[in-house]
Write a protein that binds this ligand. Structure first.
Ligand code: SAM
Ligand code: SF4
Length: 328
């Protein structure tokens, strides 16, 4: 499936809930959010129908996200439904890791292919301050547990936050040194609560890492070679894994964007910055056929904006939701 700018869209991020068991300072307000009722979010059957239609149009990879996807009951069942789709080559998960250790057996049995664990610090008090919950130990246990599933690729994602976790960037990168695991630094997107934080750019983090580990070398790897995804990877002397950067602001990658997002409420969103998209839930619940759903997906993809304009003052149509509702 290509858009009007010739970009091939083969990746769908699917949010399964906007609820979460953490309250990260840049993502959810402390008091929580007004909860979307169960009837408003897509059922697993509805998600699978959308994924089937998208797969028929060329989507080969799907990622489950949220909110925290593991707070939704029986996620393994959805993973099984998605891995059963012929054209889907990989079902991945993005999680804060708190519940991963207890659910990984079921998820692995369902065919989960890879997991991104979000972890901004390895220091307990700092974690409790950023995530507003004292859950670091459970995340670290989950990370350890993942060693029992070596066929499931694990990556760590950290959002660098000036004034919060600077002293952790090298400690987190060291995990890529010790384990054959990618550790990635993701620039804060000025969306929702994230808008209040100053940008901590790729260059700022990389400079810190150079001071600790010496000059970086470009890293090769499956994603880098296949040109998959927006991450830029490097490695350092003696490192087993890679350090990646996803830098939507300092190194804009819209020209090679390959993704669309489906919100928990069934809204198909072609670009993170803008509110625009298509209400697939309405179509699904009106009894639309698979061809009609496919047609709506194709149209939304065709109209995908050329690029974000986070560097400009926010204009009409800019997304106002927090990341937990968009499906980061
Ligand atoms: N709860 C899961 C988690 O934390 O991995 C999945 C959803 S969360 C919204 C997905 C990712 O988005 C996390 O890695 C989080 O750090 C990141 N995120 C949240 N708000 C962000 C923002 N404004 N800019 C960049 N990344 C953000
Ligand atoms: Fe929850 Fe993930 Fe948002 Fe943190 S980043 S509040 S874990 S949804």
């Amino acid at each position: 499936m290509t858009d009007q700018y010739g970009r091939q869209i083969d990746y769908m991020r699917i949010s399964v809930t906007d609820r979460c068991n953490l309250r990260c300072i840049y993502c959810m307000p402390e008091e929580g959010v007004e909860q979307t009722s169960h009837g408003e979010i897509l059922t697993y059957g509805e998600i699978a129908r959308v994924a089937k239609a998208a797969a028929g149009l060329g989507v080969t990879r799907v990622r489950l996200t949220g909110g925290e996807p593991l707070v939704r009951r029986d996620l393994g069942r959805l993973v099984s439904m998605l891995t059963a789709l012929d054209q889907v080559e990989e079902v991945a998960l993005t999680t804060n890791g708190v519940l991963l250790g207890e659910q990984i057996e079921e998820l692995a049995a369902a065919g989960l292919g890879s997991v991104n664990i979000s972890l901004d610090t390895l220091e307990r008090e700092q974690y409790a301050c950023v995530a507003r919950r004292d859950e670091l130990d459970r995340v670290l246990l989950s990370l350890e547990k993942m060693r029992e599933y070596p066929w499931i690729q694990v990556k760590l994602n950290c959002v660098p936050l000036a004034g919060y976790n600077e002293d952790q960037w090298c400690r987190l990168a060291e995990l890529a040194g010790e384990r054959d695991m990618d550790v990635r630094f993701i620039e804060m997107m000025p969306l929702g609560l994230g808008e209040k934080f100053p940008l901590c750019s790729q260059e700022t983090v990389l400079q810190r890492l150079r001071e600790a580990f010496g000059p970086e070398r470009p890293a090769k790897g499956k994603d880098a070679l296949a040109g998959r995804g927006p991450a830029f990877y490097v490695t350092f002397e003696g490192f087993r894994g890679r350090v990646g950067f996803i830098s939507a602001l300092s190194h804009k990658f819209c020209g090679s964007c390959n993704r669309v997002r489906l919100s928990a409420e069934g809204f198909l969103k072609p670009c993170l910055q803008y509110e625009g998209g298509t209400d697939l839930r309405r179509l699904l619940r009106q009894g639309a056929s698979e061809q009609e759903i496919a047609g709506a997906i194709r149209q939304a993809v065709w109209e995908k904006p050329a690029c974000h304009q986070f560097e400009q003052p926010r204009g009409e149509g800019t997304e106002k939701k927090n990341m937990n509702r968009i499906g980061g």
